[in-house]
Design a protein around this ligand. Structure first.
Ligand code: PMV
Length: 322
């Protein structure tokens, strides 16, 4: 059976960095995010009798051996639950945004793959089981399964580490403006980065304080309290980057343009614009703002020279089959 699923990437407000178990991707701390409606990954999967190995095409190009290996290892988890465990798959995936821009594509990729491949395999998984499965491909992918504003409870093992929705997409009209400052692929991807987190003396304190940040951020979302939300989102991003910079070897993802935008965001907020920043494992900056401020923030961003492109998204749905 040939099945197709659509998923959106997500942006974390309280971030996941470091694992209790690297192989199962059980995180050190819980995290909170929203899905990004404007960005989509559409993935089709078919298990076939006559294939010798899995075949993966992304945006019209055959995938590299490394990427194919990661996807095949993920498909093995699904194959283990199929009557015929030897069937290989044809996977065709298309993004409506360039992967090279460093916008978190693995979350949408593994969320769409988990939904399409499990359905193609004849498994009818509920949302929790699908979230646990997506987590095995890329941790943050478990947050692209439920809809809207999403919390991933860290848990302690495969069974209790999954994400659920805390509010629907229409609960709060937040906008993410993604300022792309570099399209060079990052030198250390997040899977390798998570493994370095424990080497930072700051990580223990970051993890220990996480329940406090989650509580403040969750309440701010539920009450649509942007002032509180902005403070905690920036603090959480700064804490993650402090861990990255102080790990061994050190990870420094920021470019001069990243810092220039962070400084502008603080200035614009002090002048009355409702906007805050958050940065993933890369140099691009996500500017979060209520919809009524989004045009002004976008206009301000457009006047900055160092920005290559800007993506704009509202709060998105969860994964779905088409
Ligand atoms: O899911 P991964 O392994 O790509 O890790 C995501 C890590 C961050 O994007 C930096 C933080 C997050 O919670 O999304």
């Amino acid at each position: 059976m040939h099945t197709t699923a659509i998923a959106h990437p997500n942006i974390a407000f309280i971030k996941y960095w470091g694992n209790q178990d690297d192989a199962l991707r059980i995180p050190m701390n819980g995290s909170l995010s929203m899905n990004l409606q404007a960005l989509t990954t559409t993935t089709s999967v078919e298990f076939c009798e006559d294939l010798k190995q899995d075949d993966l095409v992304i945006d019209g190009q055959s995938a590299s051996p490394e990427v194919l290996q990661r996807v095949s290892t993920f498909l093995d988890i699904i194959r283990a639950q199929m009557p015929d465990q030897h069937l290989k798959a044809i996977v065709i995936s298309n993004n409506n945004f360039p992967m090279s821009t460093g916008i978190a594509s693995s979350a949408a990729a593994f969320a769409a793959l988990a939904a399409a491949a499990s359905q193609a395999a004849g498994l009818d998984l509920d949302e929790t089981t699908l979230s646990r499965l997506a987590r095995r491909g890329s941790g943050s992918a478990c947050r692209s399964i439920p809809s809207g504003f999403v919390e991933w409870q860290a848990g302690t093992c495969d069974e209790d580490s999954y994400a659920h929705s805390i509010a629907a997409p229409d609960h709060w009209a937040l906008v993410d403006l993604i300022a792309v400052v570099s399209s060079t692929p990052k030198q250390v991807g997040s899977s390798a980065g998570h493994a370095l987190a424990a080497s930072s003396p700051i990580q223990k304190a970051r993890v220990a304080d996480c329940p406090r940040r989650l509580q403040i951020c969750r309440t701010a979302i539920l009450q649509r309290d942007f002032v509180t939300f902005a403070e905690i989102v920036e603090q959480d991003s700064n804490l993650m980057h402090a861990v990255m910079m102080s790990s061994t070897p050190s990870l420094l993802y920021w470019e001069p343009a990243t810092i220039a935008i962070m400084q502008q965001v603080l200035k614009w907020r002090s002048e009355g614009l409702q906007v805050c920043y958050t940065i993933d494992a890369g140099s691009n900056v996500h500017l979060l703002c209520p919809q009524q401020d989004a045009d002004d923030v976008e206009a301000q961003l457009q006047s900055m020279e160092s920005i290559q492109s800007i993506y704009r998204s509202s709060v998105g749905d969860g994964v779905r089959l088409v």
